[in-house]
Design a protein around this ligand. Structure first.
Ligand code: SF4
Length: 210
């Protein structure tokens, strides 16, 4: 790990710019020994962003491209948000930070969980440097556990997402948009009927998109 990343990891958060923090994040190698393809943090952040997407961790395809949500899950997430790729990847409008910033490798059933070292080290520091964010999407159970549990989050993803109106518009809790979750989406049509229209309306309000 570089000197700047060591200092950022060891020191309490005493300020500093988003640019400095992003430099430290991109140099991070804290859990290198556990990452089968090595460290490659994948995120986008700009202090002007009004919307934040917190997902779980990059998959292998996103690790290869270095572009967040550059896969079938991302395509479905953009449809849910009613956003074009151009708007979604405009860092001055949308910040994208997963709970685990690097690809954690494959497990017995899909990708491994985000590395546990990552969010305590970086997520809150990054969020503190995004002062314009008014709505945060919590995509998947790892994001919901990380952000909501300290504030009394509910136990299951389905319960958390079903009671989305308790959290909105500050947060929109969503299931992971992976094609693997299509059966869950079919079993819970209220997501498409109730939650997604409200999400699209909020995104339009914040970003001024058509
Ligand atoms: S997953 Fe997070 S803590 Fe681990 S090397 Fe990547 S940026 Fe650092």
């Amino acid at each position: 790990m570089s000197r700047i990343a060591v200092e950022a990891a060891a020191a309490p958060d005493e300020g500093g710019s988003l640019a400095d923090l992003l430099q430290a994040v991109r140099a991070c190698r804290v859990c290198e020994a556990h990452l089968p393809l090595g460290p490659r943090p994948v995120l986008q952040a700009d202090a002007r962003a009004r919307l934040l997407v917190i997902g779980q961790a990059p998959g292998a395809r996103v690790h290869a491209s270095g572009i967040p949500w550059d896969d079938a899950s991302g395509q479905r997430l953009r449809e849910w948000m009613g956003l074009s790729a151009a708007d979604f990847y405009d860092a001055t409008r949308v910040a994208i930070i997963p709970v685990g910033l690097c690809y954690p490798g494959r497990g017995a059933s899909g990708d491994q969980a985000p590395r546990p070292e990552c969010a305590p080290l970086w997520l809150d520091r990054l969020r503190r440097r995004l002062p314009a964010v008014q709505t945060t999407l919590l995509v998947g159970r790892h994001a919901q556990a990380q952000v909501l549990d300290a504030g009394g989050g509910r136990r299951t993803l389905t319960a958390t997402v079903r009671q989305w109106q308790d959290l909105a518009p500050r947060y929109f809790a969503l299931p992971h948009p992976s094609p693997r979750n299509t059966p869950w989406l079919k079993a819970h049509p209220w997501l498409e009927d109730e939650l997604l229209p409200a999400l699209r309306k909020r995104v339009r309000e914040l970003l001024g998109t058509p």
